[in-house]
Design a binder for this molecule. Structure first.
Ligand SMILES: [Zn+2]
Length: 236
């Protein structure tokens, strides 16, 4: 292969590697994942808020339930005692009065329990709604993570293969051009050479001055000038 052709091929190889790297960094799945994660974070915050608002009501509800159970057990005991009691009519009346009081407390505690349950309902609905909204997002997140891992793996393999053939091309290029090429590449990135398209360097996209453009067109074969702006080797 002619040295100039090797230089062109090396330049294309470097540009191709840059394109694949850019593709790897700007995958559509990556953007979707970022948006989705932001959405899931805000749903999680809403869920935590709803749960902490519901918490005191839920505790009061459990307490009211326990109170009702306790009074109910006491009423049962009193009723049994009353049934087998051999006490005086006065004692029996006293026991009956106490039983009536305990039953009133049971009713009050049960009312309280019901009220708290009704109060809790909208919180539970909100919590369930947030979870229902988050569920497809969580599933989609796993899909995206798996797809990204696979895509990145494929692109990494492609980049490694491209770098291999790039290294072979670089090896074929004569040292004086390779040094200039590598120096320009290290300085400006993407590629170490550029084409001149309608008087412009297609590396930095800046137009050559009329004088430089004239010089470029009159170069001896085998002589390569650098772009005065970016320093890339200007391919004849
Ligand atoms: Zn340039």
């Amino acid at each position: 292969m002619e040295q100039l052709d090797t230089l062109r091929a090396l330049n294309e190889a470097d540009r191709w590697i840059e394109r694949v790297i850019a593709q790897r960094e700007h995958l559509a799945e990556l953007e979707e994942l970022a948006t989705l994660e932001a959405e899931l974070r805000s749903l999680l915050a809403a869920l935590q808020e709803a749960q902490s608002s519901a918490e005191p009501v839920r505790r009061a509800y459990v307490a009211a339930q326990e109170t009702a159970q306790r009074h109910l057990a006491r009423a049962g005991d009193l009723q049994k005692a009353l049934a087998i009691s051999t006490g005086s009519p006065r004692e029996l009346t006293q026991m009956q009065r106490e039983l009536d009081q305990v039953r009133e407390r049971v009713t009050a505690a049960e009312d309280e329990e019901l009220n708290l349950l009704l109060e809790l309902e909208p919180f539970d609905e909100t919590i369930a709604a947030i979870k229902a909204r988050a569920q497809p997002g969580v599933a989609r997140r796993s899909e995206l993570q798996a797809a990204l891992a696979q895509l990145r793996g494929t692109l990494d393999e492609e980049i490694a293969a491209l770098r291999d053939s790039r290294a072979q091309l670089a090896h074929l290029l004569e040292p004086r051009w390779r040094q200039r090429y590598d120096a320009a590449l290290a300085r400006v990135g993407t590629s170490g050479a550029a084409n001149v398209d309608a008087g412009r360097c297609d590396g930095c996209r800046i137009a050559l001055s009329p004088l430089d453009y004239d010089r470029f067109r009159r170069l001896e074969p085998g002589v390569i000038m650098d772009c005065p702006e970016c320093g890339r080797l200007l391919l004849p």
